[in-house]
Structure formats: structure tokens, C-alpha cells
Design a protein around this ligand. Sequence first.
Ligand code: CA
Length: 218
Amino acid sequence: MRILLVEDDPLLGDGLTIGLRQSGFAVDWLKDGHSADLALQSEHFDLLVLDLGLPKMTGMEALQRARSRGNTLPVLVLTARDATGDKIAGLDAGADDYLVKPIDLDELSARIRALLRRSAGRAAPVLSVGQISLDPAAHLVTLEGKPVDLAGREFALLQLLLENAGRVLSRSQIEQSLYGWRDEPDSNALEVHIHHLRKKLGSERIRTLRGVGYMVPK
Ligand code: CA
């Protein structure tokens, strides 16, 4: 899952980027509202974490502009302590949730998982398709009840395929969700991850549709 983080405080931005990457998200970090506005017009993100007090364009304006273009991505705003007006204005401008600084990383990750779950039209925290179960919070995958050891990118890829079970995902859809700007994939990276997932889960569980993409059957 690819997250756009917009935060002008260098220490906080750096800490959140590292922490969210450790939680398995692909993170792109921008430091002003204008860059965020441009990125949201040209790239696909699964979720936006947005500071409101930003240089060049406020977070509120960037959010309003995204919503007025019809962008429906889940948005979590970061607000200063005691800025009750900010919370209300942020929610009314189209944010889905907010978190007050100082940010607790575990809470941020949990709220992000909840928002992603809802935006995928799902309420249950664990994804189950056939004999495969994936728990994003515990970072655990089981096959027929037995734990399966997956590398970070394999886990993210499997989660994406399970979220879309029964639907074909194209290579570019998968790559957009799995990789940020700093980690552009090798041309065959996706095939390698798919190969590993098939070895660990059984080859029949991920279908290749030549020239179209990949799918986990429901
Ligand atoms: Ca700020």
C-alpha cells in the first residue's frame, strides 16, 4: 500500500517515513502543500497523511483541491495539540480521520490500517480467501492454519492481491501500489515476488493472465 506523507517538520517527517516503511507501507514524503497538490494530480496513492500547517499551500487547501477533483483516497490529517478548530475544519474539508501531535506511530499505523480496510469495503481486520489468511496488524499470513514466512514486499503484494480477490490487477496497478519514488522496481521484480509467493502458498493460488495481469481466485 502506497502512502503519501506531507509534513514539513524534518524530524517528524523522517521518523514517520522510517516507521511507516517498517510497518510495510511504501511511503513517499513531501514537505510542502504545492508539491503534494501536484503529486496527487499525477500519481496514485492508497492513502494520504497530511499535516495542515505547510509552506507554499496549506494542507487544508491541498485537501480541498483533491476532493474537488473527485479524488476519494482516504485522508488522515495531522493537527497541532489543542487545535480543535483544525480537527473540525479538516474533517469538514474531506479528511477521514485525524491524529493530534505528538504522533504515536503504533496508533498512526492502526488508524491507517482501519482507513485502508474501509476504503477496500471491508470491516473485518483479517483478510481470508480460501485457505489463506492475512492479518495486516500482526503481519501474519497463514495457509491452512499454519504460519507462512513472507518477506516484506511479498506480504504487501499478497495483501493487495487478496484485497482484490477475483479481480485481475495489471502490472502497473500493482507497481503503483507497491513502490514509492525512491524504490523503483527492477523490471522483473514483480515476477520474482510472484514466484516466491507461489512457492510458499502453492502455484494454483495466483493466476497469471498473459498480457493482462495477476489474480487470486476467490
Ligand atoms: Ca507543519
